[in-house]
Write a protein that binds this ligand. Structure first.
Ligand SMILES: Nc1ncnc2c1ncn2[C@@H]1O[C@H](COP(=O)(O)OP(=O)(O)OP(=O)(O)O)[C@@H](O)[C@H]1O
Length: 254
């Protein structure tokens, strides 16, 4: 059965990445199902961000393959992968700091709707892109700062804006690398709720995140990384009750 028939949107096969003779990712074979919320956990330096970098095309593997649907994307660059429908959080280049929050999300909406050379025209109150943008702002708890310049936002609001921009793009696969990092405790739940909302709209999400309880509450499956390899991939219940995982998160190391 092909990957697409099995309902898988992403498959990494024996994926490895070395830099200067150091093995950072070691033989990771992972399958992500269409519509799934998969979280990636693991100790600092386990290789979680590197895996996201490999899938989004920021770095190229030294061995192994990556398939997106039926297509082998192993040798494709990040722009090509983005076009194919893979989006990730850290693409700060998609945030225009001197434009308002609403304009930023509206530009993303307009790009999705097939806007061409008119991206910078003045937003009209009732056009479709503005409607989509307002909706995304509401779901991301950003209505109150819609007319603020993106560069003036608090850290947490910037993270919300990144999520709102991604949400409005409706990517086929959304890669979230620690969407709550640097956010104050009271904002963490809000950010995770936004991620949950994006998933509920039918998006496939792969999220790297340190807040284990939140990860467990939101994920269909959890992948545990350690030392560049994949330790296990299973349901939150199975993963969190695993003695090795418990040991790792109690700080005793593996
Ligand atoms: N470009 C690079 N060159 C050399 N080493 C790198 C490079 N990128 C990552 N590493 C190393 O690879 C290892 C894995 O890093 P990575 O950032 O993927 O881990 P992580 O699981 O995301 O960690 P954290 O939870 O701390 O963000 C680390 O030891 C890191 O120093």
């Amino acid at each position: 059965m092909s990957v697409a028939e099995a309902g898988e949107i992403l498959e990494t096969e024996d994926l490895s990445w070395s830099v200067g003779g150091i093995h950072i990712i070691r033989g990771v074979s992972l399958r992500v199902t269409q519509g799934e919320f998969l979280s990636v956990i693991g100790p600092n330096g386990a290789g979680k961000t590197s895996l996201i970098n490999l899938v989004s095309g920021v770095v190229r593997p030294t061995a192994g393959a990556i398939r997106f649907g039926r297509t082998d994307i192993t040798r494709r660059g990040p722009a090509d992968r983005a076009k194919a429908g893979i989006a990730r959080t850290f693409q700060t280049s998609s945030v225009f700091l001197e434009r308002t929050v609403l304009e930023n999300v509206r530009l993303a909406a307009q790009a999705r709707l097939g806007g061409s050379g008119s991206l910078f025209r003045r937003p009209r109150r009732n056009d479709r892109a503005t409607e989509l943008a307002r909706d995304a702002l509401e779901r991301s708890a950003l209505q109150g700062v819609a007319y603020k310049q993106a560069g003036e936002l608090t850290h947490a609001d910037k993270r919300k804006l990144e999520l709102a921009i991604l949400a409005v793009q409706r990517p086929k696969l959304l890669l979230l690398d620690e969407p709550t990092s640097g956010a104050a405790a009271e904002e963490v739940d809000v950010l995770i709720d936004i991620a949950r909302g994006i998933h509920r709209e039918g998006n496939t999400v792969v999220m790297v995140e340190h807040h284990i309880e939140l990860v467990a509450s939101i994920s269909d499956r959890i992948a545990v990384m350690h030392n560049g390899g994949l330790l296990m991939v299973d349901s939150p219940d199975v993963v969190l009750s695993d003695p090795t995982v418990q040991k790792a998160y109690l700080g005793e190391g593996l």
